[in-house]
Design a protein around this ligand. Structure first.
Ligand SMILES: [Zn+2]
Length: 109
């Protein structure tokens, strides 16, 4: 009788223990995935902007207004939007370097 009682305790312990552990694990996994996605985004932006860099002066040319800007004023712009083609989000052929102003104008219209 005593042995069956102790088994229930163990089973109870197994029930509650993983359930409590799974939640933070899933959260961690999601955060890890997001970090990876963000890192890929940053890499994509860097790759796109690197192509627009003017050697010698180290400035970046906007592909829309053709003015030159420092790196913190330009970003990668998706030619086909992420909403239309989420699979092209990190495709370097689907990007061009644009200045902040042109980027804002493009997405506000
Ligand atoms: Zn521009």
């Amino acid at each position: 009788m005593t042995s069956s009682r102790s088994r229930t305790v163990v089973l109870k312990g197994l029930w509650t223990f993983p359930a409590g552990l799974l939640k933070p694990d899933r959260k961690k996994e999601k955060a890890k995935r997001n970090r990876k996605k963000k890192q890929k985004d940053i890499e994509w932006h860097n790759q796109i902007c690197e192509r627009a860099r003017i050697e010698g002066i180290g400035l970046y040319q906007c592909s829309l207004c053709h003015f030159v800007f420092p790196r913190n004023m330009v970003a990668g712009d998706h030619i086909v939007t992420k909403g239309a083609r989420p699979d092209l989000r990190h495709d370097v052929h689907n990007g061009r370097c644009v200045c902040k102003q042109c980027h804002t104008l493009r997405h506000s219209s």
